[in-house]
Design a binder for this molecule. Sequence first.
Ligand code: HEM
Length: 391
Amino acid sequence: MSKNVEDFDGWLRSAFVEMNTELENQYFAQDERENVDGLGDTIKHQIRDEGHEYVVKLLAEGNTDEGFDHAFDLLGGLGLYMASLRRHELTNPANEMKSPFPEASALGMQIAASVGMVPRFSTAHLATRNAALDGRQKSFTSLKDEYLFLDYNTRGIFAFMRASDALTRILPMGVSNPVTETLLGDAANALKDVIKYSDCLFDELDTDRFFYSVRPYYKPYRVGRHEYRGANAGDFSGINEIDLLLGLCQANDPYYSQLLVDKMLFMPPTDQASLRDCMRRRSLLSQFLDVAPSSAKEPWFIKNATAFIEVCRLHGATAAQHHDRLVTRFIEKPSKALSKEKLSQVTASGPPLEVLLRSLEVLRDMRLATSRKDIRTSFNDLEKLKSYLNA
Ligand code: HEM
């Protein structure tokens, strides 16, 4: 790691966190917690100016080509800095045609193009690739609720990854293999862990602290001329690999393939590669249906197809939990308590709330294989498989 990178990283892990935390405490102490105007201007400018000094040196240093991990980390660090400028309204993509931070943008675009990702911070920077030093991971603030959010998200993401890993291992083994039941059991256990961690988050996270002091760091911002949407815990390939391998979502579905294309560059390159590979595979649901007419009475079919249906049920349950519990409690309810004008200051993702909620609902129903006329779900295929078992 070059001296400039090390200095920037040290600042991000210390003064940057302290300044953001102080600002959050000032905002949160107001009656109108969503307001950031006219508060802590000295601190806001200090974040901007101190960060700028590091950025200028890093840009002058150029790409030191110290390998993927360092470049990826620096992109994340730079992204945290730019997301903080956005959070404190030192930039707002709605009022600008390009980022007012040309040096940070140039550095971000240079690194992003070289690693093959979007030029902003993404979930992996704060979750699965967030290196801790002395027991402390990177974060925007030192607020307890930010750590809760980051750590439970990360545990949930790793559990989804374990499920997708187990399902991927079935592909070369085949749906009739005796060990397939074990792999399906592993996937089921991993999905139960997702549910467990999300339950913990639901019980422990403070709604107001999350809504007013954590989520605003996940707003879209501009890098150069383009605006990039906020990061979200879904920006890893495992969740989509599960969707596709189970056969609950299809890569040729216009809605779902749009989602895959849009998220591709928000994921680390290794995730991009495994998702691409998975998009070319035949789903396990299709494979079970292929052999069902001839094998439905075989003991292996009964065991493996029953285990498969249980994994589908659990995957649907994680989606229902995400939408009906987490999104409802931590986003929908607090958003509804705000006027439209105030809401625009706190929402994190690009689309209006109703649009965002509708799109998450579509995903939930695809994963639950709900019977819906307006979207394609696997309801009929899954029912057909169940009917072979019940015959
Ligand atoms: C996406 C909210 C925790 C997995 C999203 C989105 C929202 C959201 C609003 C849509 C994109 C956006 O605007 O950012 C929340 C809230 C959480 C939470 C309020 C808790 C306080 C989690 C956890 C996981 C998770 C623990 C599991 C690892 C996902 C996934 C997506 C997503 C996979 C992408 C869309 C999808 O494929 O379903 N989340 N989330 N989220 N979140 Fe969460």
